[in-house]
Design a protein around this ligand. Structure first.
Ligand code: FMN
Length: 92
């Protein structure tokens, strides 16, 4: 039997992601990526700032620390890219 799951509301969050005992600041996106797909599956993506390396098979602990904005459907990938750059700037 699968354990029950609760996922925070769709949106973009500031987050802290721990890899083992090392914390990284991250921009977290929860949603269906309306800019790139219609009615696709909900995904959870964490963009780790200042991380280099490989996380395959690692267990990550993700804490949402602050809600930044809703998921948006941008008119172009360029606008999405700029929004993500602002998100990363906002998490400091
Ligand atoms: C910080 C952050 C914010 C994001 N915000 C949005 C958003 O507002 N709208 C959207 O459609 N996708 C958003 N995305 C998801 C991007 O569409 C996704 O990362 C990109 O398309 C790459 O997806 P792929 O790795 O599946 O190719 C966000 C992703 C990140 C990391």
């Amino acid at each position: 039997v699968e354990a029950p799951k609760l996922v925070p509301a769709d949106g973009v969050y500031a987050a802290q992601v721990r890899v083992g005992s090392t914390p990284y600041s991250a921009a977290l996106s929860i949603g269906t990526k309306p800019t790139v797909q219609n009615d696709g599956p909900r995904t959870i993506e964490a963009l780790l700032v200042n991380f280099e390396g490989d996380l395959y098979c690692e267990t990550l602990t993700v804490d949402c620390t602050r809600y930044l904005r809703p998921q948006e459907k941008f008119a172009s990938l360029e606008e999405l890219k700029q929004a993500i750059a602002r998100d990363v700037a906002a998490i400091g």
